[in-house]
Design a protein around this ligand. Structure first.
Ligand SMILES: [Zn+2]
Length: 79
């Protein structure tokens, strides 16, 4: 009597994982946000340079990278 030990070949399913590296895109895409088919601008535009020139967020103020215009954020909690 011989035991037939049949080893079923393990089916190795190769699942190809396509690793998508998420890159934080900096640029014009980070300045807009689409909500309900409406485009929201996340940054204020420069008063001097006009619309199209966004100002950088520096915490308590915005500065324009083009002309250097600085505008302080409006204080909402005024006592
Ligand atoms: Zn400017």
């Amino acid at each position: 009597m011989s035991e037939n030990v049949e080893k079923a070949p393990e089916e190795k399913e190769k699942t190809e994982k396509t690793e998508k590296k998420k890159k934080k895109e900096k640029g014009i895409f980070s300045l807009y946000k689409i909500e309900n088919d409406k485009i929201l601008r996340l940054r204020p535009t420069c008063e001097r340079c006009g619309p199209g020139y966004f100002m950088a967020d520096h915490g308590d103020r915005y500065t324009c990278g083009r002309c250097g215009f600085t505008r302080y954020k409006p204080v909402e909690n005024q006592k």
